[in-house]
Design a protein around this ligand. Sequence first.
Ligand code: PMP
Length: 426
Amino acid sequence: MAHRNSDNSASETGYWGPEKIIKAKQESLMPCSFHFYKDPPQIVSGKGAFLTDSEGKRYADFFAGVSVMNCGHCNDEINERVIEQIRTLQHTTSIYLTQPVVELAGRLAELLPGNLRRSFFCNSGSEANEGAMLLARLHTGKREFVALERSLHGRTCLSSAANGIPMWRTDPFLDDIPVHFAADAEELCRILKERGDKIAAVMGEPVQGNGGIYPLQADFFEKSAPLMREKGVLFIADEVQTGFARTGKMFAMEHYDFVPDILVGAKALGNGFPIGFFAASDEVAASLNRPSASTLGGNPVSSTAALGVLDYIRDRNLVEEAARKGKNLKTGLQEISAGYGFLGEVRGLGLMLGLPVRDGEEGDSAERTDRILEAMKDEGYLIGKNGLGRNVLAFQPPLVVEDKTIDAMLVALDRVMQMINEVNND
Ligand code: PMP
């Protein structure tokens, strides 16, 4: 796995290499642009569940570009269709009639839960959440929102006001936007009882991603749905990270016996091409009737990529595969967790799993998480991390990852935990 091709050095290949890229980032990107690892590789190519760096070292990717590359890196079946589309027609904007966007909307209508059958297309998860929140305000005529603690919904105005993770609340004036935060269904019910007549929508990720891989409580909707209905409050399901087979269902909301009023998706729908959407029933969608357009939203290239993704998920049974592989990965992670006192309980659904690293006397959990990440990278595995304390290891590989790659990653992870444990005990 951790093989290194010494003939492939940066100077011979024309790759800049990590040092020069970091310097260039520091010179010309905004200072908010951070990267993982003390010693980061320059990634130059990808195939399936693997990435390769500028020195020819191969990594099994267990983060999938934050839950984007569900169908695998550089998927030929999808990309051939996209290349054909690029050769034929790239962009017109929505004032002209094109076919891929309506084909895509029709396919989504068949796949989305319940009566969600109308979509609006844009370019990112943030933009889609922003649109969903606008729609909720238009439909209810109310201004306020409830979001959940530890949530992440985006970088735009309304969406970032709904971020429960302090590090993603960048705008100093977000308090101007009335968003209440609830820790759980009980607190949500208290807020709804008090001021439900002012609240347009509740936002929630069915499994919180950046917040540290927390699925919603099993009885979340049993407890809160009657009050949401009574008070005329919509529920917006942010499936930007969980959608498109990631959790072992096409949409993670299918794990709960509840159809959201608005469902938001992005990331994996494009498998690397920019796309976002929000979808609603005829009744709710009817409130978004003043002219609105996203210049590139629903463009033929991204829409064709998305159609390719939906076909690929269907043809390769990726929903079932994510459920099956996720079960195996979860069992393996649970076995490792049981062996080390500094690891917590594995959380998540399907191939969206989190393993918390605890604080210890010897060191802070975030620092220890970084050491695990760095050692796993050296072993040839790219693992994610998230959580409010930056101390949750995140496992979200492409859904096409092979069983033997999962098994090999678990062996390497156990080896790394052993090493961390020994250092801690020194
Ligand atoms: N919602 C969720 C649940 C996310 O995980 C993210 C990004 N990590 C976003 C929204 C924002 O998406 P984007 O970066 O495409 O704007």
